[in-house]
Write a protein that binds this ligand. Sequence first.
Ligand SMILES: Nc1ncnc2c1ncn2[C@@H]1O[C@H](COP(=O)(O)OP(=O)(O)O)[C@@H](O)[C@H]1O
Ligand SMILES: [Mg+2]
Length: 268
Amino acid sequence: MGSPVLLTDVAQQFAGRGPARLALDGVTLSIDAGEFVCVVGPSGCGKSTLLDLVAGHTRPVRGSVVVDGAKVTGPGLDRVMVFQEHALFPWLSVRDNVGFGLKNAGVADAEREATVTEWLSKVGLSDAADLHPHQLSGGMRQRAALARAFAMRPQVLLMDEPFSALDAPSRDRLHVELQDLWQETGTTIIFVTHNVREAVALGSRVVVLSSGPGHIIGEVAVGLQRPRVVESDRVVALAREVRGLLDAADQLGITAPRGGSEDGHVSI
Ligand SMILES: Nc1ncnc2c1ncn2[C@@H]1O[C@H](COP(=O)(O)OP(=O)(O)O)[C@@H](O)[C@H]1O
Ligand SMILES: [Mg+2]
């Protein structure tokens, strides 16, 4: 079973040219052990920043991040990140990519091989074990990235728009597979996306962030049976509800104006 995650009044700020800018402001979010939470919000609102904080890659300028009852002070093997792309080492085979984290963690050869074989099978890549990333489709690459992440048996899986670069059929298949793996493992998942429908299809709950500095403007509980697919009517209806939260925040002037280099893109 995964770990609970608690963010309390978290703010994050980056120094840049000119005055420091807040990237997140006053984010309080409690995630239960084994929950699958999706976080949506426009580009630049602080979604990746939030995952980095939970991963322990950065420390907040205010507030606290607590995982399994302990304050996060740095990265740990209990938390694993999956990115949109460039996740695999091009010079390693699929097998060695999937085993990479385990090797780093000092897992003995025999156990590592058994775990890698098991996870390659679970994600349908047994026959691709000896290929290299450039020989794989985008969907297969993300499958390998999933296998590498789950092979570490993380308590918390942090997913940063992992399927955004995929074509629709590959993405739909991975949605179903990820929901299966989540149900089988009970891992806590925080899944970030700018795609509202994807968030509703995957999450038990969708947390909505305003544009930067990101803060939580609402959330929508998704009580639909799994596996869900993005085209289903119920998913589309709930996605509209989420979209409504984003639009209402815009109209109330809660969010920063659209335009500029971060175009605030959210798709439904
Ligand atoms: N390392 C960094 N240094 C300076 N600014 C950053 C850094 N990381 C993110 N930012 C800024 O913080 C804001 C939030 O970024 P990010 O979390 O990447 O947004 P999102 O993932 O929602 O698109 C943006 O304005 C971005 O430019
Ligand atoms: Mg991002």
